[in-house]
Write a protein that binds this ligand. Sequence first.
Ligand SMILES: Nc1nc2c(c(=O)[nH]1)N(C=O)[C@@H](CNc1ccc(C(=O)N[C@@H](CCC(=O)O)C(=O)O)cc1)CN2
Ligand SMILES: Nc1nc2c(ncn2[C@@H]2O[C@H](COP(=O)(O)OP(=O)(O)OP(=O)(O)O)[C@@H](O)[C@H]2O)c(=O)[nH]1
Ligand SMILES: [Mg+2]
Length: 446
Amino acid sequence: MVNTDTIAAIATAHGRGGIGVVRVSGEDLRVFAKKILGKNSLPRVATLSDFLGADGEVIDQGIALSFPAPHSYTGQDVLELQGHGGDAVLRRVLSRCLELGARPAEPGEFTQRAFLNDKMDLAQAESVADLIDAATVEAAKTAMRSLRGEFSHAIHQLVDALTSLRMLVEATLDFPEEEIDFLEESNALNQLVAISAQLDKVFHQAKQGSLLREGLHIVLIGQPNVGKSSLLNQLAGEEVSIVTPVAGTTRDAIRQHIEIEGVALHFIDTAGLRETDEEVEKIGIARTWSAIQQANAALLLIDAAKGIAPVDLDIITKLPSGLPLLRVFNKVDLLGQEPRVDVVGGTVDIYLSAKTGAGVDLLHEHLLRVVGWQTGGEGVFIARERHLSALRVAKERLTLAATCEGRVEFFAEELRLAQNALSSITGEFTSDDLLGEIFSRFCIGK
Ligand SMILES: Nc1nc2c(c(=O)[nH]1)N(C=O)[C@@H](CNc1ccc(C(=O)N[C@@H](CCC(=O)O)C(=O)O)cc1)CN2
Ligand SMILES: Nc1nc2c(ncn2[C@@H]2O[C@H](COP(=O)(O)OP(=O)(O)OP(=O)(O)O)[C@@H](O)[C@H]2O)c(=O)[nH]1
Ligand SMILES: [Mg+2]
C-alpha cells in the first residue's frame, strides 16, 4: 500500500553547493505550496519564488517547480524547492516543510513511492541507487541501461515465453487422456530448451553487471620475492606495499583499489607462498589462501629467470577450480628481454618488469578479458546478488522441468516456480520485508 502522507527531504548532497533542493511529495500539495510560496497555484514551470517562513520572513529565494499527480517522479504531487546549496539554509527550508505538516522522508522513500505507484518496477528502482553509487563510468552506463528498463524487458520476455508455454501444457491437464506423449508432440520440450538458453544469456549479462557493480577482486600470488608487492606498487602508482630483497617481506594482505577502463579492480598483495615454520609468516600464508578463496581472479607471479618451478605447479593445482588465472613472468629487465604476451591454449602469460613498469600496459590490456569482463559492456545490465540468485532458481526449475518424462503436471508446476522466481526480480511478488531492505539502503532524499 502506498503511503499518502506528505514527506520532505533535502535531495541534494550535504555540504556547500551552488544549488540545493528540498523535495516534497504528498497526495495534495496545493495548500502546502500556498503557505510556503505565497502563491495560489502549484507552479508547473520553474518559477522564481520566495520560500516563506511562518511569520512571512523570506528563508531563501529560489526556484519552485511542481509536478502535479500523477505525472511526477513519485506519482503523487511533488514540489521541488530549489534553493541555495548550503546546509544551514536547506535545513531551514526543510524545517519549514516539517512545520507545515510534512514528515522527514525515510531513505529511498520517494523511489519506493514511485515503485508502489507503478512508475518503475523493482529492478529499475534498484538501478536508481546503483546509478547514484556507480563509482566508475562503466558501472554508471550499465546502471542507466537497467534504469531505462532493458534488464526488466529481458526478464519480461522470459516470463512471457514461460506463460505461453504454461498455457499450452496446462490446457491438457483437463484432458488427461491426451497426456500421453503430449510434451513430445506439442514441441513443449523444444520450447523449454529455447527458454533455458535465453535464460543463460540473461544470466551472463547480469553476472557481468554484478562484477561491475561490486568490482573485481584480483589476488597477486606466488613464491616469496617474485615481485608481487613491486607489481602492486607499479599498478597503484605509489608505494603502498613494502618491497625488500628479503624473501617473506609481505605478511598482511595489502589491498589497493585501481580502475582499468572504467572497471573497478581491487588488487590484493599477499604473503609469498612457501613451506615455513616461522609463526608470523605462517599466519600470513593462511591469509593468502583465504584471499584466494574470495578472489575473482589470480595473478601468479613467477621469476622469469627461474621459470615455472614444481612449487608453482603445486600452487596452481591448489587454486579453486574455475578461478581465472594469469601467469606473470616478472623481472624480464634482468634478462635484458622486452615485455611480451604469450597465449598458449587458453592461458595467457605476460612477461614484464614490475620494477621498471615495462609491460604493465600489456597486463592492463589482457587482465579484464582473463577475469571474464567483456570490454564494451554491450547488453550488460547492472545486477545484484538478489537478481542472480533468482535467475539461478529459475534455471534450476527449468532443468527440473526437463526431467519430467511426460508428466505434464510436474512440468507445469516447475514452469510456474521458474516464472515466480523471475517475477521477483521486477517485483511482481514482493514482501514488505524485502522492500524495506532494498529501499533502506538508498540515500535520504532519493
Ligand atoms: N530537479 C530534478 N532533477 C532530477 C530528478 C528530480 O526529481 N528533480 N530526478 C529524480 O530522481 C531524476 C530525473 N527523473 C525523473 C523521472 C520522472 C519524473 C517525472 O516527473 N515523471 C512524470 C512525467 C513528467 C513530465 O513528463 O513532465 C511521470 O512519469 O509521469 C521526474 C524526474 C534526475 N534529475
Ligand atoms: N630487477 C628487478 N627486480 C625486481 C623486479 N620486481 C621485483 N624486484 C625485486 O625483487 C625483490 C622482491 O620484490 P617484492 O616486490 O618485495 O617481492 P614479493 O613477491 O612481494 O616478495 P614477498 O613479499 O617476500 O613474498 C625486491 O628487491 C625488488 O626490488 C623486477 O621486475 N626487476
Ligand atoms: Mg611482498
